[in-house]
Ligand binder design. Structure first.
Ligand SMILES: O=C(O)CCC(=O)C(=O)O
Length: 289
């Protein structure tokens, strides 16, 4: 199966209301094969923004990387030519879509590291409402292999939480304090105070979530199952560059000034497809718990 050209009104409405939804069988087997091969290349020979995390207890392996599309044609082709840009335009109700960046989160079997609760937008040098991530499952994902969990509706809280590194990391381990951000509450210690949602995924299923939706994930406690997730972040019409403090330095652009539209080689226009700045062709369910 390949992604629907048009998403159901129910799914779009769920994304807008809850800030998160799942698109079943969104990514075709062919694209999954391409991504899986590109992921192995990156794990064996990481691109420049590698940010692996030291596993707690020295077990397993948590490989993270970002801006992979800039160094590997296979990721690039996926970010530009898969169904995702068209789906982003629908979900964001946007005439144009820019690629913000892509990111890999591979938790090998037996990796205990959690991904701490956070929302993404405070990490990113942009402002605007029309911003989302697709998180593509390469493996079956369950709560014990590190399924993502979300706080539905948290994208409308208007709360920006101070970024922190996800663990002891090879990569940016410190973030400047932004006085307008607030500390992330300890959701893990107070889980009963929050409505949390999650879904099991099959390969090719996708979580789609807003840039301000609070989310996190457990470790991959399975011994027999990898948990490779590949995230692609896109923005819409109202998003501009933002130079506020506290963002991830590897996601900034020296060519942009505060308030600039993103359109550039760094944040390429990927929708409408066929636009001069787009690459030429290279070749609603409710939560389960
Ligand atoms: O895969 C994970 O554990 C975390 C993913 C995440 O935080 C994201 O894609 O924003």
């Amino acid at each position: 199966m390949t992604a629907p050209k048009r998403l159901s009104l129910e799914l779009v409405s769920q994304f807008r209301t809850d800030g998160v939804a799942v698109i079943r069988q969104c990514v075709s087997q062919q694209w999954l094969k391409t991504l899986a091969e590109a992921i192995e290349t990156d794990i064996n020979s990481p691109g420049p923004f590698f940010h692996g995390y030291q596993p707690d207890n020295s077990q397993g392996r948590f490989h993270g990387n970002l801006r992979l599309w800039e160094h590997d044609q296979r990721f690039r082709a996926f970010c530009f030519q898969s169904p995702l840009p068209g789906l982003a335009a629908q979900l964001l109700d946007s005439k144009k879509v820019n690629l913000l960046y892509d990111q890999l989160f591979a938790k090998e079997p037996g990796t205990p590291n959690r991904t701490r609760w956070h929302n993404d937008q405070p990490y990113w040098a942009m402002r605007g409402w029309q911003v989302l991530s697709f998180w593509i499952a390469l493996d079956p994902v369950t709560v014990d292999s590190g399924a993502l969990e979300f706080v539905p509706g948290s994208h409308r809280w208007g709360r920006w939480f101070q970024p922190q590194a996800f663990g002891e990391t090879v990569g940016q381990d410190r973030y400047e304090i932004n006085p307008n951000y607030e500390p992330m509450p300890d959701i893990e210690a107070q889980r009963e105070d929050y409505e949390l949602v999650s879904w099991d995924l099959e390969p090719g299923d996708v979580y789609v979530f807003h840039g301000l939706t609070v989310h996190g994930s457990g470790g991959n406690l399975r011994r027999d199952q990898r948990r490779r997730g590949y995230a692609v972040r896109y923005t819409g019409d109202d998003v501009v560059y933002d130079t506020r403090v506290g963002t991830n330095e590897n996601l900034r652009s020296s060519a942009h000034r505060d308030g600039d539209p993103l359109d550039s080689e760094r944040y390429p226009l990927v929708w409408p497809a066929g636009n001069a700045l787009c690459e030429p062709a290279l070749a609603g369910q409710r939560p389960s718990r």
